[in-house]
Design a protein around this ligand. Structure first.
Ligand code: HEM
Ligand SMILES: *[C@@H]1O[C@H](CO)[C@@H](O)[C@H](O)[C@H]1NC(C)=O
Ligand SMILES: *[C@@H]1O[C@H](CO)[C@@H](O)[C@H](O)[C@H]1NC(C)=O
Ligand SMILES: *[C@@H]1O[C@H](CO)[C@@H](O)[C@H](O)[C@H]1NC(C)=O
Length: 340
């Protein structure tokens, strides 16, 4: 790496960590482990049971819920804003660039919410249900356990501009990815560990076409991809059309939460440009080191993933605590009069 690259990168990181200190509050003391102890004592087992059914019927439901949680937290904090449907007076986040034709799990969330409501009416926020469901999703496909701090409120508003601007896309370069995580108060280590969620789930052809046909040139390691692997991907994802055909993000163990995602990156076979950037970007000294560590040590990955998921789940905004509510239906705010 050229020295000027190094110094630009160091300055960049310094700026980003300053921005993150003022833009996000990742340690909100209002969240507690026993928040629903008296209002909904069986909450955890209700969510777990519904997630068990869902993942048993289709393991991809685990991936779908984990991603839904992330896309919630990256826009004005984990406040279930992502679950709101478009109405005459409210423009939701579901149609923004990274969500459109892609984000799923809304019916599953409706189902879990219904079960929780039938036992504890009006008590538990959709944001907390989604956070718990994401934790259970990870466990159910073989990943680590962690305790989930609770007490989030559901937003009465959405922010479709932030949904468009803050959620990272498949063809972004490393610095842009780092800055989007830093904006959320998440470190480079958090970013590399959380990206390990791509050890489960699928991506659409639209999101890896540039990578397998080479019109994306900030990395050269696609050359490392074996010809067989490349032609497999190209048969799923033709140069023209087929944008919604899907391929596993981790083709080795697509339904298992393990560290093979990182092993794939070391081999140059990450599906998304954004995945491969973590290992192959010329600016990625620190990220490459972390990818190596997690590729070699699954337990270290699990430990960091659990910690970073708590940190991501801790992203909150003061407004949703002051003006938020426990929604009756995850798709709609409780009363029209509450919309500003
Ligand atoms: C580093 C930045 C990230 C980028 C650029 C990114 C991008 C993407 C893209 C493009 C897809 C495929 C969507 C589609 O084709 O429909 C995807 C899927 C997925 N992402 Fe990410 N992602 C990132 C980080 C994360 C994080 C932090 C998590 C959770 C902790 C996550 C969880 C998932 C999961 C589980 C899937 C599979 C969803 C499914 O099967 O439906 N991603 N991501
Ligand atoms: C973070 O949130 C807590 C609780 O709302 C508050 O006391 C604290 O001042 C906030 N910190 C920052 C940096 O905004
Ligand atoms: C998350 O928030 C809880 C409660 O506010 C706090 O105890 C915990 O230390 C936070 N964890 C991380 C990793 O930020
Ligand atoms: C992908 O999409 C194309 C065009 O829509 C279709 O012809 C092709 O059979 C699909 N391939 C797979 C593997 O789904």
């Amino acid at each position: 790496m050229a020295p000027n690259h190094v110094s630009i990168f160091v300055i960049f990181l310094a700026i980003m960590s300053t921005i993150s200190m003022i833009s996000a509050n990742t340690s909100n003391p209002l969240l507690t482990l026993d928040y629903y102890q008296s209002s909904c004592p069986r909450l955890l087992s209700i969510v777990r049971r519904e997630m068990e059914c869902a993942v048993l019927s289709d393991p991809r439901n685990a991936a779908i819920i984990v991603r839904l949680h992330m896309h919630d937290c990256f826009v004005q904090g984990c406040d279930a804003s992502v679950l709101l449907d478009d109405t005459v007076t409210l423009k939701g986040e579901k149609k923004e660039s990274q969500n459109k034709h892609s984000l799923r799990g809304f019916k599953l969330m409706d189902r879990i919410k219904m079960m929780v409501e039938s036992e504890c009416p009006g008590a538990v926020s959709c944001a907390d249900i989604l956070t718990l469901a994401a934790r259970d999703a990870v466990i159910l496909v073989g990943g680590p356990y962690w305790d989930v701090p609770l007490g989030r409120k559901d937003a009465r508003s959405t922010n479709h501009e932030l949904a468009d601007a803050n959620i990272p896309g498949a063809n972004e370069g490393l610095l842009s990815l780092i800055s989007k995580f830093a904006y959320q108060g998440l470190s480079v280590t958090d970013m590399v560990a959380l990206s390990g969620a791509h050890t489960i789930g699928m991506a659409r052809c639209e999101n890896f076409k540039a990578r397998i046909y080479g019109d994306f040139d900030t990395t050269s390691e696609k050359d490392l991809m074996s010809q067989t692997h490349l032609s497999n991907l190209r048969s799923i994802c033709p140069a023209v059309g087929g944008n919604n055909n899907v391929s596993a993000l981790d083709y080795v163990t697509p339904d298992l939460f393990d560290n093979s995602y990182y092993q794939i990156l070391v081999k140059g076979q990450g599906l998304l440009n954004s995945d491969q950037q973590l290992y192959s970007s010329i600016l990625g000294i620190e990220t490459r080191h972390l990818v190596h560590k997690y590729a070699e040590d699954a337990l270290m990955f699990f430990k960091q993933f659990a910690e970073s998921m708590v940190k991501m789940g801790n992203i909150t905004n003061a407004d949703s605590f002051v003006n938020g509510e426990v929604r009756n239906n995850c798709r709609f705010v409780n009363s029209l009069s509450s919309i500003e």
